[in-house]
Design a protein around this ligand. Sequence first.
Ligand code: MCA
Ligand code: AMP
Length: 475
Amino acid sequence: MAAPSSLFGAIDRSDDRVSVSVGGAGLRRGELFAAAAAVADRVHGAPVVAVHAEATLSTVVAVLGCLLAGVPLVPVPPDSGPKERAHVLRDSGAALWLGNPPPDGDERPEVVPVDPAARSSSTWPVPATDSTAMIMYTSGTTGSPKGALISHRALAAGLDGLAEAWAWTADDVLVHGLPLFHVHGLILGVLGAVRVGSPLVHTERPRPAGYAAAATEHGGTMFFGVPTVWSRIAAEPASARALSSARLLVSGSAALPPSVFRDVRELTGHAPVERYGMTETMITIAVRADGERRPGWVGVPIDGVRTRIVDDAGVAVATDGETIGDLQVQGDCVFDGYLRRPEETAKSWTEDGWFRTGDAAVLDAAGYHRIVGRRSSDLIKTGGYRVGAGEVEAALLDHPGVAEAAVVGLPDPDLGQRIVAFVVVEADGAGARAEQLIEHVAGQLSVHKRPREVRLVDSLPRNAMGKVQKARLLD
Ligand code: MCA
Ligand code: AMP
């Protein structure tokens, strides 16, 4: 029986093509949608549903079930601390929690287990293209993470643009082991594969040996990774060489160091394809499969996206490959705003309707883009994760022994940037030692938001207005 679905085309429950496997547990395409339909039966009509986004087949089934039922879903990172999780659940208004319950006994919505072996033949109306498909929480420079509202239209437009740019078809086999709670691993890495119809082999963690095994055992043709993953692959030549049979090695989520680009090219025979995006916009700029691969350059806008790079007066900068300006984008893949944050939403667009990415970039005469960095040092990219300095500072200041805290991202050969906190302890805060403060943050926020290092200092550098001078800490 075929049933309609805007994101995944007509669904045939007898379709026995290999579809998704996570850590070796797999479902054929028809089974995947029948299992997802059983989830949809359970969540249909809920206002918002949280998905405990562990790297499992159940997570894939849960996400597809919500999309089939037209219920907005919120992926919750499995390692998020109680404070972060409570914020996401409260802010999103999630009425149900799909998947294994979180480890502690927090207050939480009704828990609904997910069973990849369940089957249902129910069908639902295709969700309106402008309705919210996902609420993806992402850090800003200050405050708690904000929920980016991503519509069914944005998902479809973003994925189709990438499929076109990379000649991504059902003949590909996609391999990655990225987390299933971000755009990269979940939207591109799962929904992309299911929309295109290419089998997905998810390796649970993005480790070099897992990627190499998937190349030889499953004939992987496309591999996704953040720069840290590619740098770790380049450091294991035997694993890297196993990827030589691939068609496309794709890097994104942070800047790929040119040295890693060259090492990967040398070991695998493939120059990596770089692409640029944001939680708020999906992937807007990419090197095409048939395009020139230049280290440090992320390519051209995907189909349906327009970009501009402007100076402080809003005037387009010269296309000389050198003049730096603010990157702004437009397109159907852009989100609809932040949940319950009208002011921050309004500030994110220019008066003439361009989304301000907050990234500085240059453009050359061939239309190639290079990302120079974030405009604000308060957004840190560590291992491909975006972390707001303000959120980590707030967690540190919550500790009774901390008087002042400033968090920055310092250059790191493995992670791109590593989180370093400069802390002034209270006069009577002798107990506030560095390791305790790291654990204190870990008790509230996700693992990757923990400072790797805490430096106890007598004072923070401040300007005449009393504002911390982060540039001096970065030095
Ligand atoms: C981490 N650990 C720590 C600390 N931080 N221990 C003590 N203090 C800390 N501060 C622990 C970890 O839990 C882990 O423990 C061990 O140390 C090693 O951590 P790490 O070096 O971070 O390695 P990893 O856990 O293997 O992670 C590296 C990684 C990961 C796999 C590259 O960072 C990752 O999955 N990144 C992907 C992020 C991503 O998908 N971003 C996409 C955003 P244990 O071994 O016990 O677990 S979407 C996006 O950006 C846009 C749309 C785009 O363009 O894609
Ligand atoms: P996130 O919200 O986690 O989606 O992070 C988005 C940010 O990651 C962007 O605003 C950029 O600063 C950064 N980013 C993503 N892809 C790239 C890339 N290929 N090169 C440089 N920076 C990137």
